[in-house]
Design a binder for this molecule. Sequence first.
Ligand code: SF4
Length: 348
Amino acid sequence: MTLEEIEAFVASLGKEKYRARQIMKWIYQQGASSFEEMTNLSKEVRTVMAKEARIGNLEIVRTETSGDGTKKILFRLEDGLLIESVLIPGASHWTLCVSTQAGCRMGCAFCFTARSGFSRNLRPAEIVDQIVQAKFRTEEGPGINNLVLMGMGEPLDNYDNVLKAIAIINSDYGLSLSPRKITLSTCGLAPGIERLGRESAVNLAVSLNAPDDRRRNELMPINRKYPLAALIQACKSYPMPRRRRITFEYILIAGVNDSPADAKLLVKTFGGLRCKFNLIAFNEFPGCPFKAPDPRAIEAFQKVLVDHRFTAVLRQSRGKDILAACGQLSGRHRAETTGSEEVKKIGG
Ligand code: SF4
């Protein structure tokens, strides 16, 4: 609930409106998981709140740590579905990558999440609570100062819930995280991008992955609905204060989209747009026909972009060994009861 909703709720119980700010501070700034802990509320208010309301707490099933320090947190939702968040280490802080849906219905050909199918949208509470749990129930929590909506799911396919979650995350009484510290990544739902530009101030990242419609249609079915021209038009409409740019994520797949000619096509298509490219080598996963590119191909691709004055950063994929890297999240876990290596499907 937003501050205004909690205010209306406590008022409906006959209590003072300012209690809402106290409650939010306890949950988001002190990590309280029950009303009983809220000692500046009178005993009577605590009792009424505990009777009429409930503080959701996602269950942390397990945390896995990669050789490179990346941590994947597996959460169980109240209906038993599993979702994942990823903590990514930086030089002096942590970035948290959260999920917005249980599964995904966008069907990108290179994505492990897509294989699990789609179960349902996450509610605002389930999006926000991934951050609350990471912040207060992991060692790294105090060091989190960047948030990316890039985990399982397509955020703009769950627009209203995601926007409400962002409002709570931004709120001074909520997690108090500035929109400049938040990046939303989309596969290219053009109308959603335009709406987001009008209704929020978060950074925009677009998962691009192909230099033309023919290949993008094959890799990302959403392109058949919103082809590159529509996507670029939506990106152009996205408000960008000074020094901000749209990030295009480009997963390089051997022999599919990684040639210097493909890079030249990007230069031609995206010249004139305030943007930068994040290049990511494809992360292979079991049963996937695509291969990781040769390091020399990555270098040659990057050189074309840089030579044409684009910023093109090669992102080291983190957490590959625990399937926490880009496109590898699945909400699956290994069957613990048998101890086998078989992957057991939980949701969707
Ligand atoms: S890449 Fe993103 S949008 Fe595409 S299927 Fe995977 S989670 Fe969904």
